[in-house]
Design a protein around this ligand. Sequence first.
Ligand SMILES: [Zn+2]
Length: 505
Amino acid sequence: MTERNPVTGKRQLVGFSWSQERQIGQEADAEIIQEYGLYEDPEVQAYVNRVGQPVLSESELRDPAAAVQYRDTPFTFRVLDSPVVNAFALPGGYIYVTRGLLTHLDNESQLAVVLGHEVGHVAARHSARQAAKAQLGQLGLMAGAILGSQVLQSPELANQLLNLSGQAVELLMLKYSRDAEREADRLGVGWAAEKGYDAAQSAAFFQTLKRLGERDGLTLPAWQSTHPDPGEREQTVTAIAAERTPPGAILRVGEEDLLQQIEGMVVGEDPREGYVQGNAFYHPELRFQFPIPSGWNVQNEKAAVMMTSPNRDAMMSFRLTPERSARAAAEKFASTQGLRALDSKATTVNGQNAMAIVGQANTQQGTVGLLNYFIEHNGRVYSFMGMTGAQRLSSHSDQFQRAMTGFRRLTDPSKINASPARLAVVTADRTAPFASFVPTSDIYGITAEELAILNQVQLNETIRAGKKIKLPQIGGDINTERGVGRSRVGSSRLEGPRRGSLAEP
Ligand SMILES: [Zn+2]
């Protein structure tokens, strides 16, 4: 079908109508919330909406001449509770930023551009255009892609095996073309500039994304991977910002506004929802732990812990099942369409009832070999599954087995009582290299380089006295001896010892 594009005004081929896009967005939104969870701070949620809506109001969707269906579509801006630096949009007006992204920003102008970029994808209908190209012309197929069936043939199997809805959405987003990304940049920067923001500020954040990409490679957030080269971006962004800024406008950077909002925000993993320390994963609330093979990448998502081998030829997922016994969960799994159970046995894992299943499944990438342990613990049943190419199962099964049979009750109080690191905004009390402000204590393995990236500076870059810097801290132990001064940024929303210690070092 064809519809008129609200941004270009031209009729073009789309995979779905606008009302279908809205429906897809609404359905997938619930999935996203379930997968990542919302960041539980109504003030921050309201703030992001407060920055997003005016940027949206500059868009062609809100032009009085735009079709009613566009003008009438409400937009939802959400902050997800994920440490991954990411922003994405779902068709039909759903925009997400993670808390990880917010803590990596320096000012409100950068946020305005990020939100504008995502609004740009929705407004220019990139998903629908991409879907038309990919001939995914059916709503069901699109929804399936969002829910993870893109990876595996049967949606049921995909849900059973991977529970990857969030990542699948990222996969979906990965398919935007580079031209689409350029268009989203142009739209986002333009709208932010028209709203009076210093939109050229976003160039520094694009640099941050590049550094993050170089650092992790593996957990490359979608937002940076398909986007234009940061060098190119920096130039175009600066040019567009200059061109679209109203003459004589006093540009708003909004440093204080943003820093006030993100001060106190959780940095990195929230240990209360599970964390990695050394070569083990701990879950204080659910009271369990298990070992992680060395070198594996771990992604702790709301619905699952996803682990990937160093060369990405094997993965493990750990998640809760809805079943009441290991046997029932194993039976349900074994009857999954597309799965062949080769072996199944009752066993125990450190005194807890368990079932182990070896199986195979056909996927678009060939036959996959599986080992899945279902373990009963505190009235819940967990699925701990390893997955690799069918021929590789024998070489990986020892590793899988060691992790799965290493699952046990967590009793160590120091692991149970872990509290999250939170962002403190402090004022440098001297002129010195950034590295000298980095806390000496280990804060959940957050490295000095990561903190430099978070501050959009180089590790050896000179920080001038008076400049605001963002540092993580746990429970108010800010290291004042090393010369990090008091916070000068507004009042913190955090209660308790942290605030006191900042005010009276
Ligand atoms: Zn994009």
